[in-house]
Design a binder for this molecule. Structure first.
Ligand code: SF4
Length: 215
């Protein structure tokens, strides 16, 4: 298992390859960013970015989306998976923001998670990206990369991964660590064919060494 120092070093090395790692979802307001993150579940950021300009133009505020006809929302987002459920979540989320939060996206994890369609990962991404509040959302890339590097136990679930990384890494790097590990998982340590031979982390990566040896 990597020590706290080695975990931090790994995040720094990832930062050398991806100094500008950040969310690739585009949005002009906190509310629109929240909608984009909800829609990005089980689909690509690129697919979401293709439909959001029209959606955001149509529904500029939670007040407008709260009054929307769900079938209209469905037709605007039908190019992404699970669009029927997502359309329902978007409208219900806007309604709750209007009714419980005076039309303003809340800034605590607990309040964010009270919104329809918002789980822990979505809440953490919004906290970090919109409000600069340290959080370390764990998605499929963070899970794979942290396990391959032995930053966390192989048996760790999402919550355990989040807690372990937050314990091992200083709070000041949580947000960067989240985005760097996503980029690392997308472009270096990919699910099917990680580029171990050329990986700058090979020296501290047990899985990488194993893969290189058996290839
Ligand atoms: Fe991923 Fe391989 Fe790099 Fe380890 S050495 S982090 S398994 S790409």
């Amino acid at each position: 298992m990597l020590s706290a120092e080695e975990c931090l070093k790994a995040i720094e090395i990832m930062g050398e390859s991806f100094p500008d790692a950040h969310s690739s979802l585009t949005a002009d307001t906190d509310f629109h960013f929240l909608l984009a993150v909800i829609m990005s579940a089980q689909t690509t950021d690129k697919a979401v970015n293709l439909l959001t300009p029209k959606l955001f133009e149509t529904y500029k505020t939670p007040y407008e989306l709260a009054k929307a006809d769900i079938t209209d929302v469905m037709s605007l987002i039908k190019t992404i998976g699970l669009y029927r459920n997502k359309a329902k979540y978007l409208v219900a989320c806007a309604q709750k923001i209007v009714s419980d939060f005076a039309g303003i996206v809340p800034q605590t994890r607990k309040e964010l998670m009270s919104l329809p369609g918002v789980g822990r990962k979505t809440a953490d991404v919004v906290l970090a990206e919109c409000f600069g509040i340290p959080a370390l959302a764990v998605d499929t890339h963070v899970t794979r990369v942290s396990k391959r590097l032995r930053m966390v136990a192989q048996s760790a679930d999402v919550l355990k991964i989040e807690r372990t990384l937050m314990k091992k890494l200083p709070e000041s790097v949580w947000i960067d660590a989240h985005f760097r590990m996503i980029y690392w998982g997308r472009y270096q340590c990919t699910a099917r064919s990680p580029k171990c031979e050329t990986c700058p982390l090979l020296g501290i990566c047990a899985e990488g060494k194993q893969r290189v040896k058996t290839n």
